[in-house]
Design a protein around this ligand. Structure first.
Ligand code: NAD
Ligand code: TYD
Length: 347
């Protein structure tokens, strides 16, 4: 059962599992919030093995019914609110979904599986943001870096991670966690930096860069993350945590300039045509300066490493967004536009 399977990372995970393991049934359990979109899974609709259930992870009865109806032996938990800026305007929603939602899943799984945990797995997808903010020159996060979340997004995620570990220790639930760096690629909702820049270049709209644009993120192509999730589901050791990262640190401003240049080229515009769209705006409150992941454990123990370089991944991403304007128009209409005005209006 893949919770949040209709979202950005989830849809890549689900499609990979369906294509690679024809004998496995994959139940997508998703509430279809603004970030969940069945169009993300259109390629596999009707395929044997794929089942969609609309449901909320905070709804214990619905989770239990789905687990029992489909004889679920593995949960990959990707259901979450995922945007830091939204967590600043609506922290209670993040606590509800990520803390209470994850706790509800854990509690239900521990009851449904209580007679036999053999061959079962509760796999929780977390983020590098729980480790807090690194200074320039500090060593990347390892699995033993203490948690130090600084936003409601990362605090609610950290809380859910602690509950996952607590259920491993207290109830013997076979749990595993992975903490991944920033993902990018097709089907990412265009409130996140990379698709937002591609979309705004395409529409000649200003590109909001928070603060000075010096903040650094470690970028990973989403299909590499899906490959790591597949591997951990198969061979990850219960009780363990695995860090996943792209080994690809870049400042926001450097990244924005790369995307502008790739998008202009793809649209056949002259070099530098959209450079003037960059607009420095008020910084995000509590904006983490830098994230960087040391992924040597998963490389040594499971043989995973990122396989898509940044330039290649960005080219694929730009191509996908420019070739899928229907998808983009659909998700940028209505609610999204109001949100956009609220977040960036007047700047
Ligand atoms: P997303 O926002 O694109 O998708 C989240 C999905 O969860 C959506 O399909 C949404 O409908 C669903 N959902 C939300 N609330 C729900 C609820 N209460 N019940 C059931 N479904 C619900 O997010 P994403 O970028 O795909 O991220 C997935 C997970 O991976 C999140 O936990 C996120 O914190 C984590 N993560 C994301 C990144 C990244 O860069 N995107 C990096 C590391 C970790
Ligand atoms: P985002 O994609 O929201 O991911 P996260 O906050 O989880 O790292 O943002 C990536 C970086 O880009 C982050 O440092 C905030 C910055 N940013 C901007 O400068 N402008 C924007 O419009 C957005 C959405 C983000």
């Amino acid at each position: 059962m893949v919770t949040g399977g209709a979202g950005f990372i989830g849809c890549h995970v689900v499609k990979r599992l369906i294509r690679k393991y024809p004998a496995v049934r994959v139940v997508v359990y998703d509430a279809l919030t603004y970030a969940g979109n069945l169009a993300n899974l259109a390629d596999i609709e009707g395929q044997p093995g794929y089942v969609f259930v609309r449901g909320d992870i905070t709804d214990a009865a619905a989770v239990e019914r789905t687990m029992r109806n489909h004889d679920i032996d593995c949960i990959i938990n990707l259901a979450a609110e995922s945007h830091v800026d939204r967590s600043i305007t609506d922290p209670l929603l993040f606590a509800r979904t990520k803390v209470m939602g994850t706790l509800t899943l854990l509690y239900t799984a521990s009851r449904v599986w209580e007679d036999d945990t053999g061959g079962k797995l509760f796999y929780h997808i977390s983020t590098d943001e729980v480790y807090g903010s690194l200074g320039f020159g500090e060593r990347p996060f390892t699995e033993s870096t203490p948690y130090a979340p600084r936003s409601p997004y990362s605090a609610s995620k950290a809380s859910s991670d602690h509950f996952v570990r607590a259920f491993g220790e207290t109830y013997g639930l076979p749990v595993v966690i992975s903490n991944c760096s920033n993902n990018y690629g097709p089907y990412q909702f265009p409130e996140k930096l990379i698709p937002l820049v591609i979309n705004n270049v395409g529409n000649n709209r200003p590109i909001p860069v928070y603060g000075t644009g010096e903040n650094v993120r470690d970028w990973l192509y989403v299909e590499d993350h899906a490959a790591a999730i597949d591997l951990i589901t198969d061979r990850g050791v219960p009780g363990e945590t695995y860090n996943i990262g792209g080994g690809c640190e870049l400042s926001n401003l450097g990244l924005v300039k790369m995307i502008i240049s790739l998008t202009d080229r793809r649209l056949g515009r002259p070099k530098g045509a959209s450079d003037g769209l960059v607009t420095f705006v008020r910084d995000r409150s509590g904006h983490d300066l830098r994230y960087a992941i040391d992924h040597s454990k998963i490389t040594a123990e499971l043989g995973w490493r990122p396989s898509t370089g940044l330039e290649e991944g960005l080219e694929k991403t730009v191509d996908w967004y420019i070739g899928n304007t229907g998808w983009l128009d659909n998700v940028t209409s209505g609610e999204y536009m109001e949100y956009y005005d609220r977040m960036y209006g007047g700047q």
